[in-house]
Design a protein around this ligand. Structure first.
Ligand SMILES: Cc1ncc(COP(=O)(O)O)c(C=O)c1O
Length: 428
């Protein structure tokens, strides 16, 4: 296979949901437009897409309450507000996340404290125990790349210390562990439906919880801080808290209702091919990320862990030069240190403890002085630092032809051979 062949057959990109867009999504949007009712609380002919989506998502996740919101970032801030996280509180988070996970903590006025990861690239329960202090109020577990880490242990630790557990499921909708869906383990969970997620409407988010009080607080915060009556009008004399105006639109919900039905197929497709590639690698003694439940991960990412940084670079280059690369502005494959705002020390505003508004930063507030000595620069989380410099992350597209799968399998085999041989000449 020559370079021209590869150029013509660039792989589909890493946006799982849109590869499944068809006339069903188009029709769902059209219905909302025809009804002239894109706002979820009232309109001339309200179709109640948002509330139907919330019911369907609750059923899918096996939780009592879901709330559609405008983004995963908003969902995180709302969830933190619902559990009353604010100035004087500390929230424990992993160092492998997305910038939104930490920015939500800071926007709520609290102090983020970093916890190292284990071989599942998720919160390390041992380091978590060490980091809990008198001001810790909540733990955010981020199910990165659709893999749920050691959530039972994390939940047990949270319960023993009276801490709230928030699951950031932005990257894990549809993933599960022991047949329990991600988003149903903790006190409250957040989701994103931005383009890169397992299902998408371009933008969107959701909150899930079994707790009625948390749901009601989230409902008020996501809107204008007040509850609404049965006609969707604000009940002004019943103030609950400040709102952030992050409602889900009927158009977003209509698309997501269709996408949610397609989610099992999307996940199964990614997971099956991911498992096939893992077998190819593991059979050749190449280590991949630990998956606690291989029947439950959502499969969109494959993390290959090499012994050294040099081998990681060789592995990546061999994949690239043998056609295992998505089209146009696709990022993958990359060595994980290159993965921008997913890695704590790449976030300059965190490392430098910048303020939210230009005034005092949260670390300078009197009530938060307990967090003054916390650091966020490289070296803070030694295990994560060592893992990511040796790990290549590759994105598994949600629709691949057999020919495209062949290209990827062949490139993986060649990459294995290259790192085994440790000779750079093999780079094409
Ligand atoms: C782990 C994680 N949390 C939160 C978010 C934020 O979601 P959104 O882009 O919808 O605000 C993302 C989005 O990439 C994410 O990956």
């Amino acid at each position: 296979m020559n370079q021209d062949f590869f150029a013509q057959s660039l792989l589909p990109q890493e946006w799982p949901g849109i590869h499944y867009f068809d006339e069903q999504e188009a029709n769902a949007v059209h219905q909302v437009l025809k009804a002239k009712s894109p706002f979820r609380f009232y309109g001339p002919n309200l179709l109640n897409e948002a509330s139907q989506f919330e019911n369907e998502l609750s059923q899918f996740l096996g939780v009592t309450y879901c709330l559609g919101v405008s983004s995963g970032t908003a969902a995180l801030q709302i969830a933190l507000s619902a559990i009353d996280v604010g100035v004087g509180d500390e929230v424990l988070i992993p160092g492998y996340f997305w910038v939104a996970t930490v920015s939500a903590v800071i926007r709520n006025g609290a102090i983020p404290r970093l916890v190292d990861v284990d071989d599942s690239f998720s919160l390390d329960p041992d380091d978590l125990k060490k980091k809990i202090g008198p001001r810790t109020k909540a733990v955010i577990m981020v199910h990165m790349g659709g893999i749920v880490g050691r959530v039972d242990l994390v939940k047990k630790i949270c319960d023993e210390h009276g801490l709230f557990l928030i699951e950031d499921c932005a990257q894990s909708i549809g993933a599960s562990q022991s047949k329990k869906m991600s988003g149903s383990f903790g006190d409250i969970a957040t989701f994103s439906f931005q383009l890169n997620k397992n299902i998408t409407a371009g933008e969107g988010g959701a909150i899930a919880t079994n707790n009625e009080v948390l749901y009601k607080k989230a409902l008020a915060v996501h809107d204008l801080g007040y509850p609404r009556n049965e006609f969707g009008r604000l009940v002004l004399n019943d103030f609950s808290r400040w709102g952030i105006g992050s409602r889900m639109s009927e158009i977003t919900a209509a698309i997501l209702r269709v996408q949610l039905k397609k989610l099992p197929v999307i996940i199964e497709t990614m997971r099956n091919f991911n498992l096939k590639l893992q077998k190819i690698l593991n059979d050749r003694s190449i280590v991949t990320r630990t998956i606690i439940d291989s029947n439950g991960f959502s499969g969109g990412f494959l993390e290959v862990i090499l012994d050294t940084d040099i081998k990681a670079k060789i592995f990546k280059e061999v994949l690239l030069s043998n056609g295992a690369k998505g089209g146009q502005n696709s990022l993958y494959p990359i060595v994980m240190t290159e993965w921008g705002l997913h890695i704590y020390y790449n976030i300059g505003s965190l490392v430098e403890k910048k303020s939210f508004s230009g005034n005092s930063s949260v670390w300078e507030l009197q009530e938060n002085l307990f967090g003054k000595s916390y650091t966020y620069d490289k070296g803070t989380l030694p295990h994560l630092d060592s893992l990511i410099s040796r790990t290549v992350i590759f994105c598994i597209a949600s629709k691949l032809t057999e020919a495209q799968k062949d290209i990827i399998e062949r490139a993986m085999l060649l990459a294995c051979m290259a790192v085994k041989a440790e000779v750079n000449e093999i780079l094409c």
